[in-house]
Design a binder for this molecule. Structure first.
Ligand code: C2E
Ligand code: CA
Ligand code: CA
Ligand code: CA
Length: 281
């Protein structure tokens, strides 16, 4: 995320400097993309390496642009944050992810939560809990099969965050802190906020084998999560060495290219099917 943060910043300043015509064009493009169903979700499996189970799928947004091809989220979400389009786009993501997960469950695939990334603009919408409740009602997804991913930067207003998280928790959904360790917020919020899970940021996992400091940070986050009775998952696991280090340090849940990159719906379905065989055999 160190690297990603820099990229986002560059894009952000770039988009801030874009001529207003260009920005208006981008906003119109996004509006049309929503109407024309140019957005799609990919899914990245999360696995428990000890039990051998698929434990979740993270929904990750892509834009299939008619002229520019597949645009990754890092290239348009900062702009959508800025022009406000992230709110309707984010609603679509939430609805689509819940609907897909319900469909998978009805088809007999593993019943596991789908994780949805929230943006700050969505989180500060006063009626977010009602919106979430409505999507769950409309799609028929049981609340425990929805996980919302927040980042530390969204939780700076402690009073608002506690109030909102309590309401979300009452719905029966799961809450995780994404990119954990990269934000600036105080650790004291971990005991104040009703959250379920920490997601160790990929930037720490990436250098586990080369950088003793990153290895120490990862081991410490895992130990802290255990003491606070929070679940913990490592992001960005690419190698078997990283996997071994995580297991030795009692982190059993992982997500990363080692098992699968984010994949479209149909590939996710074959991942579900084939994974059972792998896990069983
Ligand atoms: P994120 O939530 O931290 O998602 C993880 C990112 O890391 C994804 O990039 C994923 O493809 C990538 N990744 C996963 N495993 C590995 C690995 O082993 N190695 C490496 N190098 N990368 C890995 P992606 O899909 O490009 O998404 C980038 C970011 O865009 C996400 O970071 C998230 O912050 C944001 N994003 C994606 N979808 C949404 C969405 O629906 N709403 C909002 N608000 N943000 C989203
Ligand atoms: Ca990230
Ligand atoms: Ca995420
Ligand atoms: Ca992340």
């Amino acid at each position: 995320a160190k690297e990603q943060g820099r990229n986002n910043y560059q894009l952000y300043t770039h988009s801030m400097n874009m001529r207003s015509m260009e920005r208006l064009q981008m906003e119109n493009d996004m509006r049309r993309a929503l109407a024309d169903e140019q957005f799609i979700l990919h899914y990245q499996p999360q696995v428990n390496v000890t039990t051998g189970e698929v434990i979740g799928m993270e929904a990750l947004l892509r834009w299939k642009h008619p002229e520019r091809g597949m645009i990754p989220p890092g290239r348009f979400i900062p702009v959508a944050e800025e022009n406000g389009m992230i709110v309707p786009i984010g609603k679509w993501v939430l609805y689509q992810a819940c609907k897909q997960n319900k469909e998978w469950q009805d088809l007999g695939y593993a019943k596991v939560p789908v994780s949805v990334n929230l943006s700050t603009r969505q989180f500060v919408q006063q009626n977010l809990p009602e919106q979430v409740a409505e999507v769950l009602r409309e799609t028929g997804l049981e609340p425990r099969y929805l996980e919302l991913e927040l980042t530390e930067s969204m939780t700076l207003d402690v009073e608002y965050t506690v109030k909102t998280l309590v309401q979300l928790k009452q719905l029966g959904i799961q809450i995780s802190i994404d990119d954990f360790g990269t934000g600036y917020s105080s650790l004291s919020y971990l005991k104040k906020f009703p959250i379920h899970k920490l997601k160790i940021d990929r930037s720490f996992v990436r250098d586990i084998m080369d950088d003793p400091n990153d290895a120490a940070i990862v081991a410490t986050i895992i130990a802290m999560a255990r003491h606070l009775k929070l679940q913990v998952i490592a992001e960005g696991v690419e190698t078997v060495e990283q996997l071994h280090y995580l297991r030795e340090n009692h982190c059993h849940e992982v997500q990363g290219y080692y098992f699968s990159e984010p994949i479209p719906k149909d590939k996710a379905e074959s991942f579900f099917s084939n994974w059972n065989e792998v896990a069983a055999g």
